[in-house]
Write a protein that binds this ligand. Sequence first.
Ligand code: TGC
Ligand code: FAD
Length: 392
Amino acid sequence: MSQDLFQAPDYYQLDELLTEEHILVRDAAREWVKKEVSPIIEQAAQDAKFPTSIVKGLAEIGAFGPYIPEEYGGAGLDQISYGLIMQEIERGDSGVRSTASVQSSLVMYPIWKYGNEEQRKKYLPKLASGEFLGCFGLTEPDHGSNPGGMVTNIKDMGDYYLLNGAKMWISNAPFADIAVVWAKNEEGRIKGIIVERGMEGFSTPETHNKWSLRASATGELIFDNVKVPKENLLPNKDGLGAPLGCLDSARYGIAWGAIGSAMDCYDTALRYAKERIQFGKPIASFQLQQKKLAEMITEITKAQLLTWRLGVLRNEGRATAAQISMAKRNNVEMALKIAREARQILGAMGITGEYSIMRHMMNLESVITYEGTHDIHLLITGLDITGIPAFK
Ligand code: TGC
Ligand code: FAD
């Protein structure tokens, strides 16, 4: 990839809404992405390999458990700092943000919120430092948007639980040290349980041939009579609301992350349009290209405002799940549209790995599907405003 010349757009001077700490955290993540992610990410995506070299740096910028208390190794930051870190990482690549989202919101969060003190002490510091990487198993081959239908199950065998079933499309699965897995007990109640690599009957085959999120490893979780110690059950919450509570935190991070992808595409297209000469003029002088660029900055600015406000509500403990759905849905679609338009501004160059745009575009095709599809988030808004569920 060419040199990373990224300059973040801030059309409405939104930096004035941030605290000194927010800006420090954001700028540290921004610099780290420029130095450590941009130079290697295109090759990692071309090779379809998760770049393990960045794990330590992710931990150092606080991307593993930004809002988890410091006593458990987390960064102890607020929700806006968490969002800004996700924005900067996804500016580099959605797959890298995926790894951070899963580790923080889908593995550390449930252990912190639903686990007991022994589980917190055993796992959280190692996850925060990157010594352990985790994954989150909710989706099954026949239960994606409808996770409540899951068939993966645990049986109480007295001394241990016997786990059977399979999960699919699991980020980080191929190399994860631990998996937070959601399974039904004999009464059909959904429980969270920590499965460790090396347990007999547990395997994690990698899913190949993805055209999207190529720098993030995706795989299956297969449980064939796995004996899981009783102390690995998360005791403090069960039911579908438990995994969905983790998703609220991850979806919030994605809402910020998508802004990062959009900013990168916009910034690249703006620079290119000012430099590329056709018909004796920079293409930025043509109204059709200005329309694209003007609409991009308008949509980015609207998303920044929406998401900052959501962060304030999260800090005050007042953000609803439906508000988070609206932001995830709006921002990912916004970023995907911007990536498609930005790609066109670059003409043929836009399809190459010389620029990040096509990689962002392909990545966002996963982001618009995972953590609840675009349609499901619309139905969540529909339910919230009408009181009528249209899922079933
Ligand atoms: P429903 O009857 O509505 O609710 C069941 C229980 O859950 C509670 N609840 C929530 N709690 C917290 N946060 C939310 N967002 C919640 N939504 C619902 C609800 O109050 C109820 O609690 P209780 O106590 O009454 O039992 O459930 P439903 O079966 O009708 O489903 C609703 C629906 C469709 C919205 C939900 O299933 C859904 O969100 N589906 C989408 C599935 C999804 O997002 N999967 C993501 C998998 S993980 C992933 O993609 C990681 S990608 C990571 C990366 O790489 O970045
Ligand atoms: P389906 O549920 O089969 O949906 C197919 C289509 O039908 C969609 O367009 C959907 O919107 C639509 N649809 C479904 N139900 C309705 C309805 N009621 N009304 C209207 N339309 C509907 N999962 C995890 O648990 N952990 C992970 O780490 C993880 N990582 C992922 C990484 C990647 C790269 C990808 C692509 C997915 C990942 N997922 C993960 C899975 C992801 O959450 C699911 O793919 C997603 O929830 C959708 O499920 P599905 O693919 O089975 O699609």
